[in-house]
Design a protein around this ligand. Structure first.
Ligand SMILES: Cc1cc2nc3c(=O)[nH]c(=O)nc-3n(C[C@H](O)[C@H](O)[C@H](O)COP(=O)(O)O)c2cc1C
Length: 336
């Protein structure tokens, strides 16, 4: 089905194609077509105190405002991560800011956290009917100085807490200047500790337990990954999402759009992301669950991530190239 639509969608610029896809998806899900075509695979897994209907999730960035949770949920995802959302609305970078590289099954984006602000997303999350797990991914506004980043994350966490099944702290987008510096040293320890403290305070007040995960970059040295893992465990973070997009464009040199600024996703980030997962897993020895993301397009790619140590997987670019059929294909292939 999707293979019929793809040439039309790919003839449009990526942001228009996104709007057209989401409008069509909304219609198809309201008519219950997607539910019938893509029934969710029931292969439940308990992790971080949550029951995930299956191990396949939608990665952050596709539904930044949570405008399409139920429609996307009707495609059979076990979990959906919305955002990245910031405290205040912001327009993101000027267009063009997203580029397809079909020869590499890849995308380069420099969206820059375009979003309508956390309150808009929370309104959507409030009314969701999606029965799977909902993650809300939070970030900082581009004009908030790095030293005040924790305040932005805390503002988002407070606003989103009631309607999130889990929360993700995004410190790995390459498109917000300086953000990735938060992954290192004392900055990370302080940030992780203050955010965990905040969530545990909300947990007590609300008699719930909302897991907090941290999303990391693929562009880290082995030592940095190990230090980061220790810091996150020490702070009491509940899970790690590996990985975001890469700044390494060596795989797409000479291709059309290959030198665009931004983060590269899809096939070119697959092996690096798997390496980060394996490094984390060997070091963590089960101390914290890992959500594996980066270049997954087939069941085989997802199995690779699980074998490297991931407990769950997420997809983004592969989903753009392959369409919804990949979701159940992957969910069926992953272990119970
Ligand atoms: C257009 C685009 C926008 C993205 N926006 C976000 C975002 O807002 N927050 C985030 O944590 N990750 C974002 N990502 C990263 C993805 O969630 C994912 O981590 C990364 O693309 C690697 O997975 P993939 O190869 O399956 O795409 C974005 C990716 C793309 C392609």
């Amino acid at each position: 089905m999707y293979s019929l639509f793809r040439p039309l969608l790919f003839s449009l610029n990526p942001e228009t194609a996104h709007s057209v896809s989401m409008a069509s998806l909304e219609m198809a899900s309201k008519l219950r077509i997607t539910n019938a075509l893509y029934p969710a695979v029931n292969n439940p897994v308990d992790l971080m105190g949550l029951t995930f209907p299956n191990r396949v999730g939608l990665s952050a960035g596709l539904d930044k405002n949570g405008d399409h949770i139920d429609a996307l949920g009707s495609l059979g995802f076990g979990f959906i991560e919305v955002g990245t959302v910031t405290p205040r609305p912001q327009p993101g970078n000027p267009a063009p800011r997203i580029f397809r590289l079909p020869a590499a099954n890849a995308i380069i984006n420099r969206m820059g956290f375009n979003n309508y602000g956390v309150d808009h997303l929370v309104q959507n999350a409030k009314s969701r009917k999606f029965p799977g797990v909902l993650g809300i991914n939070v970030g900082k506004n581009f004009d908030t100085p790095l030293e005040n980043a924790a305040e932005d994350y805390i503002a988002c966490i407070r606003a989103a807490y009631d309607h999130a099944d889990y929360l993700t702290v995004n410190i790995s987008s390459p498109n917000t200047p300086g953000l990735r510096d938060l992954q290192r040293g004392d900055d990370l320890a302080q940030l992780a500790q203050s955010l965990v403290t905040e969530v545990r305070k909300l947990d007590q007040q609300n008699n719930r337990q909302v897991p907090l995960t941290v999303k990391i970059a693929p562009d880290l040295e082995r030592d940095e990954i190990l230090t980061m893992a220790d810091t996150l465990v020490a702070a009491g973070v509940d899970g790690v999402i590996a990985t975001n997009t890469t700044l390494d464009k060596s795989a797409v040199v000479g291709m059309k759009h290959g030198q665009e600024q931004g983060g590269l996703s899809g096939t070119p980030v697959r092996d690096q992301s798997t390496l980060v997962i394996r490094t984390l897993s060997e070091h963590l020895q089960g101390a914290m669950p890992i959500i594996g993301v980066g270049g997954i397009e087939t069941a085989e790619h997802a199995v690779e991530k699980i074998q490297a140590g991931a407990d769950l997987v997420q997809v983004y670019t592969g989903f753009i190239y392959r369409g919804p059929a990949m979701i159940s294909e992957i969910a069926k292939a992953l272990p119970k």
